[in-house]
Design a protein. Sequence first.
Lengths: 155, 676
Amino acid sequence: MRKAATRKQRRMMIVGIGFASFALVVGLTLYALEDGINVFYGPTEVVENAVEPGTKFRLGGLVEEGSVTRQGTTTIFRVTDMNNSVQVAYTGILPDLFREGQGVVTLGEIDERGQFTASEVLAKHDENYMPTEAVEAMKRAGTWKHTEEGEKATQ
Amino acid sequence: MIDGFSIAEIGHFTLVLALCVAAVQAIVPMVGAARNDAAMMAVAPATAVAQFAVLVISFAALVHAFVTSDFSVLNVVQNSHSLKPMLYKVSGAWGNHEGSLLLWVTVLALFGALVAFFGRNLPPGLKARTLSVQALISVGFLLFMLFTSNPFTRAFPPPLEGGDLNPLLQDPGLAFHPPMLYLGYVGLSISFSFAVAALIEGKVDAAWARYVRPWTLLAWICLTAGIMLGSWWAYYELGWGGFWFWDPVENASFMPWLSATALLHSAIVVEKRDTLKSWTILLAIIGFSFSLIGTFLVRSGVLTSVHAFATDPERGVFILMLLVVAIGGSLALYAWRAPTMQGGGLFRPISREGALVLNNLLLTVASAVVLIGTLYPLFLEVTGGDKVSVGPPFFNMTFVPLMIPLFIAMGVGPYLSWKRADLYAAMSRLKVALAVTVVAAGISLVLLYGDSGYAVIGLALSAWLIAAAFSELLQRAGLGRTPVRNIPGRLFGLPRSTWGMTLAHMGVGVLVAGATGASLLTTEVITVMKPKETIQVGPHQLEFLGAEEVRGPNYVALRGNFAVRDEAGGKPVALMSPENRRYVARGQETTEAAILSGLFRDVYIALGDPDGEGGITVRAYRKPLAPWLWWGTVIMVIGGLVSLSDRRLRVGAPKANRSAPAGPRAGPRAEPAPAE
């Protein structure tokens, strides 16, 4: 009889540990999802004050033609969805694919004056490939044209 | 003479032929196994080898098209260029969606052929069913290729020049990253096929675990090496100095790795103690399911990432269907058949089995967390919520806390005996390792005072892992029980699987140190530099000597030259030359960072854009312990290889059975008991 009991106990214990770690993980996960995620906004939403200053979010769109200026290691440019644009400052080396007129995704926060300070500029795409965020920004602003439709985007 | 056009045609033809062979291989042996018909079951190995041979021809035809720059093939047009160096012409064959799928299926068939070849002493029923399941997966992927992603699609009229391979991918590290990773991804298909075959047979025993383990080990080794190559590439090619970004695509390869690691450990329990059977089967299914999910995430373009190939909804839907059939089908089969599998051996929570169960729990939970973080944005988008991204903070907050208990337990586990163990006795054997850990923690606390508390934890854990693994090996060799002069001889007399485990665990320790140094202790300087200016990065002084234009085979580059001094005003110890390359064909730019690797640190320089006033933006890092990332992984891979070479686990051939005449069930006794 004792054997059966230990087996049951063993199972219960494994189940117990399982549930405890599961609960811990769920707790941690929910907590982490609270501030581990970054919501995406397009320039129009930012201009229309959808975002509280000081919240970290992702801003995507096109790098406005002729807007890129450099001051030392800081680059200032405007991200546009063809309707509105937001000024972005980034200190550091820009990704290789950063180009005027090309899609860009940045991560950072906006101050009261409407200046976006980016801590990251993402270049997760090749030069033919529009990042989905940039497309999304223009779709939200209603300026997205299906020009890139059917284009092959190789890695 | 066969000209280039017909060679591409041969490739297309053999691809269709492979589908037919795979269909036969999927159906005939399965029926044969059900009827216990030896002749029908014997079809399996023959077709497995044939399928592989046919796919090799097909793959060779694609490589041929790339090497000869056959621009009548659309795929070559889009991904190659006649000026490209030969290595990248070859690697271009798999540096794209269609070609990489062909590689995927070829590797799948390779593993089938290997099982056919090495699995001579597998029970015929198990072998037939395993190969049949393997062929089913092949059929799915071959259909997918032929219908949506044919690598041999023609371009008419053929253009004179191709569009070149993405320059980011023209790199030796990346030439071998995809094949390695695929060997790992797809290698898990064998464990999966074995698991499904065992479910159909309704029998899982120690022998089964022994057949599966070398395949899982092989897949794990390749997966580890493949992930490392990708991470190494990101480290020096992307110019950000990061080695892991928690990018969905990285996660896609990391989830199978986590579950393969869990499977490796739980298969030991099945083999030695005849318990945890249905769990191990489930892990084998989950491992390959993660590979499929990874393929789906990467190939369907649902996620933005460096690896997102064409965003083609048709492909996404097809892979999703494959996913549903494979994962859903195998899980349904599992739900149906697994309850019949009764475990044998009992064990106390504090025992080797207990430690391995803890390992499994933590690793599966960790992969679940990674899965949630990866799929959450998709889930939210599908349900109409915000468009979000889940960044590193999420993973740091969830994944890292799971690793800490895992690493602590990893040190203790090997000291515990099977069935029931004495934790107190184990701890007393761990005294030296504990002392080393405390000393390491003390030293890093002093060195890093006020710098980063987490780094102290990381370094202490690293010291713990290395010291515990090393001292366990020495004690196993009889340290303290026999004269010291006997130790070296006894060390080499230890089973290779023991060496493999020790090396792998030490490798993790080294890796943890590297990750700690590279992520938490980095010194970064970003500035604009003019020639003759110097900057200080930690103890190193970097002098910018000037920039020059250089020409490569298919690019022009701006190269900056930097003299490195270990102290201000000292003698230069090295010249570092980071480059910004501009590739002619696509006009795309890439950053080639210069990295000076030492025993304890990397100095890392990447060039930015000129500021137009004679200066250039420079990003320089000092990354303590960063090289340990790669060494740690290499040690893990060597550990895996050493363990794979253990005669007891030699691929498909459980030789140990010969010395244990009682048959496969005698397995548990073949391993010498851990030194007490």
